[in-house]
Design a protein around this ligand. Sequence first.
Ligand SMILES: Nc1ncnc2c1ncn2[C@@H]1O[C@H](COP(=O)(O)OP(=O)(O)OP(=O)(O)O)[C@@H](O)[C@H]1O
Ligand SMILES: [Mg+2]
Length: 316
Amino acid sequence: MLIIRTDNLTKHYGRIEALRGVSLTVEHGQIFGLLGQNGAGKTTLIKILLGITRWTDGTAKLLDEPAGSVRVRRRIGYLPEDHRFPDYHTGASLLDFYGALLEMPRAERRKRIPEVLELVGLKGRMHYKIRTYSKGMKQRLGIAQAIFHNPEVIFLDEPTDGVDPVGRREIRIIMQQLKDEGKTIFLNSHLLGEVEQICDRVAILQKGEVVREGTVADLTHLQNHVLLGLASGQTFPREEVQKLGYVISSSGEMWEIGLRDGQSIDPVIDLLRSRGLSIRHLVEKRQTLEDLFVQTVEASEPGVDRIIRHPRRRPL
Ligand SMILES: Nc1ncnc2c1ncn2[C@@H]1O[C@H](COP(=O)(O)OP(=O)(O)OP(=O)(O)O)[C@@H](O)[C@H]1O
Ligand SMILES: [Mg+2]
């Protein structure tokens, strides 16, 4: 089942083209990651899907309704980027307030507040005012707010912004739990390593256009390179391996061995074992999302843009 569908979606803010013909689909139960540099149009896309801003051309649908339809509002949760909650609330009273706005019954709110705050690690501070919360705690509260009414689709705009590494990991675990419950998550992020770990599909947005889209597995394909490391103190017989017809380069403590079509790593391993060497590390090297992202961004930036044009000399 399709949860999100955009076709040739375009958005102009005056003379700025924030989105230029974006066509995307997100299926039920997926964690979908939208990547892109600052200003690429990620937040604009979420705002259109939620009905916060209108689009200029094309179509945008969420849960089979035109984007912005009031009918689907209760079925979606949203963590905006750079959100500010009224800080005279406590964590608990804020959720109670938002729940009441969505007409959640009081008894359900009472039950759900400690559950959700426990999930995001804030239960111990639920009766403290928000003004006493750290940045990461406010971000966790934002996630609690986004999932409080048990929505089917959750939009998270930079959910780990300002959160420490332990907290980020916890947020990833929460996202995984939500996915296991059958929720669909749409995530905007700059943190490529994070996206790689959690998303099923990703799209890279570049100046308002989707330049790459696919599963993380497809986009981070194998490169026919193997990284190999020996036990410490052992010397890698580089020349002998080269004589077997392999291309080798050193990569920190490891050796990177290129495999041509049809070439297998087995003869190398046989050779190392026959020399009594002990292999501590052997892994097929993948292109990371970061590699792909940087390549994509560089490829779409024509060299001519990098040339600094000298101002014309005025005639004296
Ligand atoms: N309300 C607005 N009025 C005018 N221009 C806007 C408005 N909102 C966004 N833009 C412009 O639209 C483009 C896309 O902005 P958007 O906020 O969607 O980018 P983003 O990918 O979310 O960036 P970031 O990673 O910095 O959050 C930018 O050029 C931005 O300046
Ligand atoms: Mg943004």
